[in-house]
Design a protein around this ligand. Structure first.
Ligand SMILES: *Cc1c(COP(=O)(O)O)cnc(C)c1O
Length: 392
């Protein structure tokens, strides 16, 4: 199985067939499992083998199929599936940290990740230092002998700045810190984060893994030791498990993810190319276009720009709203990685609560629109964005 290329892994990885030998993965919609004898129950509670299940909060065959399939894709020894992306981020950090530990994190984070780092962890005595993730000198200055973990989004939302995984991991490992990466924008298709130095990779499966806007989910990937000895006990007893039904949706999502994400990334690049130099735009940000400030790093790290681009309209908030309201294909919403193209105005939605100075520091201008490119025809998408810009 480990020799399989990614697309084969995504279709067949982790499969467990019941006595009926079904083709499509079964949904084991059960909370518990029956033991043949009292002795078997005792033995399983003492030491359950990987395919011996006890209770769905601890593990379930459909969930295990999803975990093995995504672990095989990412090249991780093991994985733990969670109820949402945020359950995964929270468990990756909280399961390993204790009072007195120090964490260094990049400042440009998804709002809920920032909440965990700024509000939750300090309440339990964990000290957190935030840095500009693209500035290696700031990482270097912030890391200390008591730094237990380093956390960042490899590509930031919504301004699509890219953090050098290898360089940050090298610095972090010198002080013995665990490198935890929220890798949503890189996508599991283009990620090579573990090979580049990450110790733990976290995904919101709600994004490209489902990819069809149906369910919330998340996953933590890492060494068998970290997943089974640190994450599993924490998840088992705190209850953020993925439901078997969600795991089935995510399994089916994985089967088509490579094709979907590559098609979406190709369209994103085509749109970025079509928008270069447009007179209504102050900036087009797409990591996969040579105009991106870190294009060389992107080529080395993921080889591709991903499925999201951002544009900054010269006319500010009014122009951004006119643009959004004129779009006929893309919907106005806040998910990403979906089959449907989705346009978001971060300053008034996802990042509404940030004070103006922080918005400015993160580049979240009134004219900024984030565009998650879907599976529609590329030419239709380019034409739609162009006509909407005319009305902006
Ligand atoms: C969406 C997202 C999350 C949270 O995932 P949920 O599944 O919504 O809980 C965390 N980090 C990043 C970068 C995201 O895009």
């Amino acid at each position: 199985m480990s020799d399989w290329k990614k697309r084969t892994q995504l279709v067949h990885g982790g499969i467990r067939r019941s006595q009926y030998n079904e083709v499509s993965e079964a949904i084991f919609l059960t909370q518990g499992f029956v033991y043949d004898s009292a002795e078997q129950a005792e033995a399983r509670f003492l030491d359950a083998e990987p395919d011996e299940f006890i209770y769905a909060r601890y593990g379930n065959p459909t969930v295990a199929m999803f975990e093995d399939r995504i672990a095989g894709l990412e090249g991780a020894e093991d994985a733990f599936a969670t109820a949402s992306g945020m359950a995964a981020v929270n468990a990756a950090l909280t399961s390993m940290l204790k009072a007195g530990d120090h964490v260094v994190a990049a400042r440009a984070l998804f709002g809920s990740c920032l909440y965990i780092l700024e509000e939750v962890l300090p309440r339990f005595g964990v000290e957190v230092t935030l840095v500009d993730g693209t500035d290696l000198a700031q990482w270097q200055a912030a890391l200390r002998p008591d730094t237990r973990a380093v956390f960042f989004e490899s590509t930031s939302n919504p301004t699509l700045e890219v953090i050098d995984i290898k360089a940050v991991a090298d610095l972090a490992h010198k002080v013995g810190a665990t490198v935890i990466i929220d890798n949503v924008f890189a996508t599991p298709v283009f990620s090579r984060a573990l090979e580049q130095g990450a110790d733990v990779v976290v995904y919101s499966a709600t994004k490209h893994i489902d990819g069809q806007g149906r369910a919330l989910g998340g996953v933590i990937l890492g060494t068998r030791e970290f997943i089974r000895k640190t994450v599993e006990p924490y998840m088992k007893h705190t209850g953020g498990a993925m439901s078997p039904f969600t795991a089935w949706i995510m399994l089916k999502g994985l089967e088509t993810m490579d094709l979907r994400v590559r098609a979406q990334a190709a369209s994103a690049l085509a749109i970025a190319e079509a928008l270069q130099g447009h007179d209504k735009l102050a900036q087009v940000i797409y990591p996969g276009h040579p105009s991106h400030a870190q294009f060389d790093l992107v080529k080395a790290q993921t080889g591709q720009g991903g499925t999201v681009l951002s544009v900054d309209l010269k006319g500010g908030l009014d122009a951004a709203f006119r643009f959004l309201n004129a779009l006929q294909i893309a919907v106005i919403s806040n998910n990403l990685g979906d089959a449907k193209s989705i346009a978001t105005h971060p300053a008034t939605t996802t990042h509404q609560r940030l004070p103006d100075d922080q918005k400015a520091a993160l580049g979240i201008t009134p004219g900024l629109v984030r565009f998650s490119v879907g599976l529609e025809d590329t030419d239709d998408l380019v034409a739609d964005v162009m006509q909407a810009l005319e009305k902006a």
